[in-house]
Design a protein around this ligand. Structure first.
Ligand code: ADP
Length: 546
């Protein structure tokens, strides 16, 4: 017997409908060079209609890819709605990719029209003549004359919108249709295209909103500092549209802690979201200035593990972090660290520092990569995280890397973790970052956390370097806090670690650098460290065993 419920197609048009009917008065505020740009959903909806009309006029058909090279701002949000709701596919380009990666992803996706923020035009210069699929460039101007760009005839966003009607006959969509594309940021290899469907975006949005997940409500003022090209800004734009949150955008000031703090304060932000490196700078600034953000109740943080020292210093200034785990391929929400009921007060911090509990709708297992054996949730055994669910990728665009899906339909994440009997996930490392020393594994993440809890250290990244006897040994790259520059030694760091990690985990060397290189989405870039690392001095006794 079949159920008698409607086959209602799950699509982003539903979110657009709510934006128009229920949340028209809600503001969208974007930081600008001087002051802010302020609009409302009610003002944006006719522009979204005009934009869809313009795209149609440019020849965009269902399934065509429309690329954006843009900061987090209101125009990018208009594209977030117009493109998928007309049946085309929004391809958000990562503006921090190297030109050859940018070229690769545009060609791989065969983008037809490319929307670019005026300030980002220079990024396209090296691509001139190399991205033949792009028929038209549309510049989202900032009121100043365009620089010399070499792209030939380009269209102006506002002029384009102006010429269209405020009404658009949105087509009927099927929920399986592609809505958006996002390439992995290539932390561990070439970027690969992840294709979200309307259905996956819709269900993911509902998942994001759940109280035990990110828990956005209509009362919230949400400030996504995580880029709109990084896994759809973690799904926040659509979640805000669905719930009716006021939204703040940092535009090109997302890396500037002072701008972020000032906008959050002026616009009464209640939820902030970004990767740990953003908060390392923010916490340092707030500590120094004494400024506080009392209205902020949650700082959503994911993308890499939150160092304990960071969560502690954020707690101390009243900013409560909510740790989440996920990846581009998981839309990205996979797990959220909210301590379960009954957690003793003195264990809360430990639980908040785990990657948390897998979210409803997603199934998880850990598997021994050597034997394919599914491992128990005993808090000891660790293996690769595999997941499945309605917003988990089943493959990449153009069929790359088919081995990422197991024969029985689980996605191999490449993250190594243990899971406690209560279900808390604890990521040990990425399979590619874990250090294999004498047949045993050393977690680079745990070592980094231990080093970053040293009061004189701001950032630390640990990599494994080749060793003739042990295969690999850990080497730490550390950045001193500015006030302690030149005043912290390898010996001091090793001494500090003695009671925090096993003796054989102690790094062979601690190398001081000015800054840890970051990936395009702000994570520590160990690929760069590895590529330029000088070999371990094996003749000298390791730092930890002197
Ligand atoms: P890339 O794979 O290029 O870094 P993603 O943003 O998709 O781009 O990265 C997903 C990966 O980031 C995960 O597989 C995991 O290794 C890491 N990650 C994300 N969130 C966390 C977290 N909370 N703790 C530890 N690692 C995380």
């Amino acid at each position: 017997m079949e159920g008698l419920m409607q086959d209602y197609e799950l699509s982003l048009q539903h979110v657009l409908w709510r934006l128009e009917r229920l949340h028209a008065h809600k503001e969208v505020v974007t930081k600008q060079e001087q002051g802010v740009h302020r609009t409302t959903n009610g003002e944006m909806v006719p522009r979204i209609n005009r934009l869809a009309g313009a795209l149609k006029r440019l020849g965009i058909k269902p399934g065509d890819r429309v690329a954006t090279l843009a900061w987090n701002n209101y125009r990018h949000l208009e594209l977030y709605y117009a493109v998928p709701c007309m049946g085309a596919v929004l391809h958000t380009l990562n503006l921090r990719l190297f030109p050859q990666h940018l070229e690769f992803v545009i060609n791989d996706a065969e983008d037809k029209v490319l929307f670019v923020d005026q300030t980002l035009l220079p990024l396209l210069k090296p691509l001139i003549g190399k991205i033949p699929s792009v028929e038209q460039f549309v510049v989202m101007g900032n009121g100043t004359p365009l620089p010399d760009h070499g792209l030939g005839d380009v269209l102006d966003y506002e002029t384009l919108l102006h010429a269209e009607s405020e009404a658009y006959p949105w087509p009927k969509l099927s929920e399986r249709m592609a809505a958006a594309m996002c390439y992995t940021s290539g932390t561990t290899g070439n970027p690969k295209g992840v294709v979200y469907s309307h259905r996956s975006q819709f269900i993911h949005t509902m998942g994001v909103l759940q109280a035990d997940n990110l828990g956005l409500t209509e009362k919230d003022v949400v400030f996504p500092i995580v880029p709109m090209f990084h896994a759809n800004s973690w799904g926040l734009p659509y979640a805000c549209g669905m719930a009716g949150c006021k939204v703040l955008f940092p535009d090109r000031f997302m890396g500037d802690a002072k701008s972020v703090v000032d906008l959050a304060e002026q616009e009464a932000a209640t939820i902030l979201a970004g990767v740990p490196t953003i908060w390392i700078n923010t916490a340092a600034l707030l500590k120094q200035t004494g400024q506080r953000l009392p209205k902020v109740h949650t700082v959503i943080c994911g993308g890499s593990a939150i160092p304990r020292s960071l969560m502690e210093s954020m707690d101390a200034i009243g900013l409560r972090m909510l740790h989440a785990w996920g990846m581009t391929e998981t839309s990205p929400l996979g797990s959220v660290a909210r301590p379960r009921s009954g957690t003793p007060a003195d264990d809360e911090l430990n639980k908040r520092l785990t990657q948390g509990i897998v979210v409803p709708g997603v199934e998880i297992r850990i598997v021994d990569p050597a034997s394919d054996e599914v491992l128990p949730w005993d808090g000891v055994a660790f293996g690769e995280i595999q997941v499945r669910g309605p917003w988990i990728a089943r493959g990449y665009y153009n069929g790359y890397d088919p081995g990422k899906l197991t024969e029985d339909g689980w996605f191999r994440t490449g993250d190594v973790a243990k899971i406690t009997p209560e279900g808390y996930i604890q990521i040990v490392d990425r399979t590619k970052d874990v250090i294999k020393s004498g047949g045993e594994w050393i977690s680079s993440v745990d070592l980094e956390n231990a080093i970053m809890s040293h009061p004189k250290i701001l950032e630390a990244a640990v990599i494994g370097l080749a060793h003739s006897k042990w295969d690999e040994r850990p080497v730490a790259y550390a950045v001193a806090r500015p006030e302690f520059k030149g005043q912290v030694t390898q010996e001091e760091v090793i001494q500090f670690l003695q009671d925090k990690v096993a003796k054989w985990w102690l790094p062979d060397e601690v190398r001081f650098i000015d800054e840890v290189p970051k990936t395009s989405v702000g994570k520590f870039d160990k690929k760069v460290l590895r590529a330029s690392a000088v070999p371990i001095k094996e003749s000298a006794a390791p730092a930890g065993r002197k």
